[in-house]
Design a protein around this ligand. Structure first.
Ligand SMILES: Nc1ncnc2c1ncn2[C@@H]1O[C@H](COP(=O)(O)OP(=O)(O)O)[C@@H](O)[C@H]1O
Ligand SMILES: [Mg+2]
Length: 230
């Protein structure tokens, strides 16, 4: 895992830092050749590139902290409906801008036993992806189903979907795949890897069903109740 982490850092940070370096060098050397307006565009490109770099680094650091057991794990009973609701509210403006309908189809009395921060992060990532890869007029629904002593939570969208080839690259740190969203949103390709890490830590699994042009459903399981050892 350590080797993988360093090869990813080397590969992923080299390109964006390289272009950041080039752009800032060009700005510095040719400063007097450009108008204020043109310079402003350069600075905007630099700013965007630094935001992406920051996001990438932040995700890589979270992933490595999870790998080395440095993230607190405090499972407790909590209302999952409320967590889903607060995450949908978080993206309300975003969804309105893209004219996408968000629905929470969970039962309001749904409780699970898990680390609330990790599950919150998982749901936030899944909803954020659905919004990113769904066109105007689409729909996103959260729903759940009981499977024995586990609850399966799903986020379904009517978005662009993905090919078998892309599906096979998801959840894997060695191949992490990223593509731009329907409004050209950029990513790091690490969101789902973190989701898998957090879901597994709670004793569950994560999977995807998707078809190009038809949409995607990401589903993960979490324990419903705390199991006492007697
Ligand atoms: N709901 C979705 N619909 C279509 N493609 C998706 C969806 N969620 C994830 N993907 C694909 O999986 C890739 C990896 O997702 P993720 O790990 O969250 O990274 P990021 O969002 O930073 O690109 C995305 O770039 C996209 O290609
Ligand atoms: Mg993502």
């Amino acid at each position: 895992m350590k080797d993988k982490f360093f090869s990813i850092i080397a590969h992923d940070l080299k390109n964006p830092i390289g272009s950041f370096l080039n752009l800032s060098e060009v700005m510095f050397r040719t400063f007097d050749d450009f108008s204020r307006e043109e310079m402003k565009e350069f600075i905007e490109a630099l700013y965007e590139s630094s935001q992406n770099l920051f996001k990438l680094l932040d995700n890589l650091l979270t992933w490595s902290r999870a790998q080395t057991g440095k993230i607190d794990f405090n499972p407790e009973n909590f209302n999952l409906y409320a967590i889903v609701d607060s995450n949908l509210s978080l993206f309300k403006l975003n969804a309105e801008n893209k004219k996408i309908k968000l629905t929470n189809n969970l039962n309001p009395g749904t409780y699970v036993f898990a680390d609330i921060n990790m599950i919150n992060t998982v749901i936030r990532n899944l909803v954020s992806n659905s919004l990113k890869f769904t066109n105007e007029g689409g729909e996103i629904k959260a729903h759940s189903k009981i499977h024995g002593d586990m609850l399966e939570i799903s986020v379904t969208d009517t978005g662009i979907g993905m090919s078998e080839k892309i599906k096979n690259k998801l959840f894997r740190i060695d191949t992490h795949h990223t593509s731009v969203g329907t409004s050209n949103e950029k990513g790091t390709g690490l969101g789902l890897i973190l989701c898998k890490e957090f879901v597994n830590r709670n004793g569950g699994d994560i999977r995807v069903e998707s078809e190009v042009g038809k949409g995607s459903t990401f589903s993960f399981t979490v324990p419903i109740k705390h199991h006492h050892e007697d």
